[in-house]
Design a protein around this ligand. Sequence first.
Ligand SMILES: [Zn+2]
Length: 419
Amino acid sequence: MIKLDKKFGRVNYCHVCNSKKLSCVVKIGSTGLCDSLLTKKQLSKHSEKSYPLNLYRCKKCHLLQLDYIVNNKKVFHKKYPYKSGITKRLKELLFANSEYLFKNFKFSQKPLAIDIGSNDGTLLEGYRKKNFSVLGIEPTNIANLANQRGIKTIKRFFDLKTAKIIKNKFKKAEVITGTNIFAHVNKLNSFVKGVKMLLDEKKGLFVTESHYAVDIVDDLQYDSIYHEHLRFYLLKPLKVLMENYGFKVIDAVRIPNYAGSIRVIATLNHKIKSKPSVNKILNMEKKRGFYSEKKYKKFAKDIFKSRNQIIKLLKKLKNKSKSIVGIGCPGRSITLLAFCNINDKIFDYIAEQKSSLKLNLYTPNTHLKIIDEKNFFRQQPDYAFLLSWHYQKSIMKNLRKKGFKGKFIIPLPYPRIVN
Ligand SMILES: [Zn+2]
C-alpha cells in the first residue's frame, strides 16, 4: 500500500507505486509558496520562506512528482485567496464536468454529488442545475462563501476521518469529483480510501481532472510546477493508482482546463465496460515516448531555452526604457516570475481584476505589487505580459475592449510579442 500519508519534507520514493527508482527531470530552484502572497510589512521583515522545487520521474509507473512536500496547512492556509468562479471561462469549464457526466452516464432520481476541494462551489452549481443534491468539502475560508451561496460545504481537509463524518449524515454518492485536487493531496492513501467509503458501489463514479503531463511537456508549461502540485499525471500512473484501491478506470478524456488536463472516470463496479478512449490514450502516451527518459531530457533542455529567451527579451525592452506590466497573478505565475527573476526593475507591477483577493499584496521572491487593473488602463504601459497566458485569447480581447493600446507579451512556450 501507499506510504504517502503523513510525511512532509523530502520524498525519495514514488507517490503512487513506492518505487525508489526516481530520476531528476528538472530543478527549478527554491521558491516561496504561490498562494502565500506577502503583505507590505512582511516585505521588510526578511522572513520569507522558500522551499525546494524539483521535478522527478518514476521509472516504474512514469509518474512525475516533486521531491519535497510542504505541509498542506501552510499551502492551503485559511486565507488562501483563490476563487474558482472568478473568470467566466473557468466557470464554463467547471460546468462542463457535470454536462459531460450527465450526457454520458445514467443516474437515479436526485442523486448526491460530492466535490472535494470545492472552492466557492462553482462546479457543484452545475450539478445542482441537473437536479443533484450537492455537498462540497473545502478546507479554506472560501467554504464560507460557498455556504453563503447556498452550496452546502464542510470546511475540512478531505481524508478518511472526514469521510466517516459524511458517511453518517449523507447517502452514498453517485458522483465524487476532484478537479485539479488529485495532484495536491499529500494523504493520498487516506484520500482514496475516503472516496471509496462514500461512493455508491454500483453506480458511483469517481471523477478526477488533473493537469495532464502530456500537455505540460508538449507546451513547455513549466510554470505549472509549483508546491501545490505534488504530482503530474499521465493516464498510466493514474490507472495504477486507481487499481491499487480496487477502482476500474472506465473513461478518459482530454479537456482544455488549465491549458490541458485529463478527466479520468473510475468506478468500483467492475461490470461497467471501459470506453475505447482509455486504451487509445495509453497507446498514444507510449507511442509518443512519454514512458522513456529521452522525452524528459529534451523537456528540461527546452525549459532553460525558454527561460533564456524570456530574460533576453525583457532585458532588451528595458534597455529601450519600455514599461512592462504583468497581467493576472495565477498560482503558476509565481514559478515563472521567480525562475526568470522578474522583479520590480522589470515589471512596474501586476494588474488584477478589482474583485481579486490578491490586491495590494506582493509576490514571494520577486516582490511585485499586485494592484487594481484600473491603474493599468490609466497608465497605458508599452507592454502587457500575460501571466495567465493560458487564457490569452479572452484576456487580450478583454483588455483591448477596456481600452489598452500597447502590445502583449505571451511568455510560453517561447516568448512572443503580439500587437
Ligand atoms: Zn511510480
